[in-house]
Ligand binder design. Structure first.
Ligand SMILES: [Zn+2]
Length: 439
């Protein structure tokens, strides 16, 4: 399929020192609103696209050429909602109190690698229960390990006993009462302090839980959990500090309250109603639908070993309505950004969301836009990510054909490049030449 000879050449050379890297693209789709071009060469330097050359144009001396002349090349995808530090399993609740932070870090490294190999070159990590996410983010950025560009929220900001409170469902004596260090905050001043604390830890974005959740072991339902003044305190503090805010929301009262308070995106949006739709449009907020998580918990809820009864009940209810709500929101003109909530579903299966979005009523082009230019805009990365143009990150996915003809092709990428370095070639994991830390 792809030229093996050139792949071998790229594996044997010390990748990070390369002056110019070129990628020959058979078909090239710079962004979903553009036309597909044939026989284009991308010239890449220091992780960014320098030039896009048409067939026949003169090439400068090159260090490496990656031949994708039989492939369809498009921008790497952005998943606006993952949890790289964990992955739901029957052992998750036990592992929360048994795995060391170091063990969590090693798993995070593995999840990050699977994610980039699946074509997701940027992710927003919306809630991690250890600082592992910051260390992994920074290590990837330095080129030491493979993985996507990560925007990390750290701990979600949540009311005590709310969806993100890490202690509910456990014996009381196991934990001290949680506070702002784990994101738990009540009242305006604690809410402000909790945001400032996440920013101090290195958060790029702030996550709050505006409503109850599916996987929290409380019978508090899926509606509003923060008071309006608490929501405003979180969002205003984050915006003052230059961070966008993502709100977990299932039920309509909490969703509407978060939208009124000025949140940038609603995550899940399961039970959105007419009032919520009007607020989305009025405020210009984004919906991140996470259908993949809805489908995953629906599957697991059929097995009594998976969830306690209180969770299974919610899982069965929430999964199917997410699909309908996305269809309604898209039809109404709400801006949609791609997000899977992987960590609920398995890392590396992120692209399954594309087919689910199409089933929910989006066109393949709209679904692909939501994971490229759309997601980049929500993440504040519209000037650097989400399209293949000079000055943008050299983040790309190569597929066997145009995915608008068969959206399922997104689940089988042939090659993935992030910041000018290959993470996948011929559909296979390849050796990673780590950049040595500077002495
Ligand atoms: Zn989530």
């Amino acid at each position: 399929m792809l030229t093996l000879l050139l792949a071998a050449a790229c594996l044997s050379s010390p990748a990070p020192q390369a002056e110019f890297v070129a990628v020959r693209c058979g078909e090239f789709w710079p962004e979903p609103s553009a036309e597909v071009q044939s026989n284009v060469v991308l010239l890449i330097r220091e992780g960014k696209i320098q030039q896009v050359l048409a067939a026949g144009e003169q090439l400068p001396p090159l260090d490496q050429v990656h031949d994708l002349s039989e492939a369809f090349v498009m921008p790497g995808w952005i998943d606006c909602h993952v949890h790289l530090t964990g992955e739901l399993s029957r052992k998750s609740r036990l592992e929360y109190v048994t795995l060391s932070e170091a063990a969590v870090t090693l798993r995070t490294v593995m999840h990050a690698r699977r994610t980039v190999e699946a074509g997701f070159t940027t992710v927003r990590d919306l809630g991690a229960d250890t600082g592992a996410i910051f260390a992994v983010r920074d290590s990837i950025q330095r080129g030491e390990i493979p993985g996507p560009h990560i925007l990390a929220a750290g701990s979600a900001v949540t009311p005590s006993g709310g969806h993100g409170d890490p202690t509910h469902g456990y014996r009381e004596t196991l934990f001290d009462l949680p506070g702002i260090s784990s994101g738990v905050a009540d009242g305006v001043s604690q809410c402000r302090a909790a945001v400032r604390h996440q920013v101090r830890r290195g958060a790029d974005v702030i996550k709050l839980t505006a409503t109850g959740g599916v996987l929290s072991e409380t019978a508090a339902g899926t509606d509003q959990q923060f008071f309006d003044d608490e929501l405003r305190a979180i969002i205003d503090t984050a915006h003052m500090l230059g961070r966008r805010v993502a709100a977990h929301a299932h039920g309509p009262t909490g969703m509407a309250a978060a939208l009124r308070a000025g949140v940038d995106s609603i995550e899940h949006g399961s039970f959105l109603n007419q009032e919520c739709l009007a607020l989305f449009l009025e405020k210009g907020a984004w919906l991140v639908p996470t259908l993949h998580a809805g489908q995953t918990v629906l599957t697991y809820a059929g097995d009594p070993d998976w969830f306690p009864a209180v969770i299974a009940r919610k899982a069965r209810m929430v999964g199917p309505v997410m699909m309908r709500s996305l269809g309604r929101a898209h039809k109404a003109g709400v801006r949609i950004a791609f997000g899977t909530d992987c960590g609920v579903g398995a890392h590396g299966l992120n692209a399954e969301e594309f087919s689910l979005m199409v089933r929910a009523g989006m066109s393949p082009t709209a679904a692909l836009t939501s994971a490229t230019t759309g997601a980049a805009e929500l993440c504040g990365l519209a000037e650097s990510h989400g399209k293949l143009a000079p000055g943008y990150a050299a983040d790309l996915v190569a597929l066997s054909a145009d995915p608008r003809g068969d959206i399922g092709l997104t689940e089988k990428p042939l090659a993935v490049m992030r910041a000018g370095r290959l993470a996948l070639w011929e559909g296979q994991r390849i050796a990673w030449n780590e950049v040595q830390p500077k002495k």
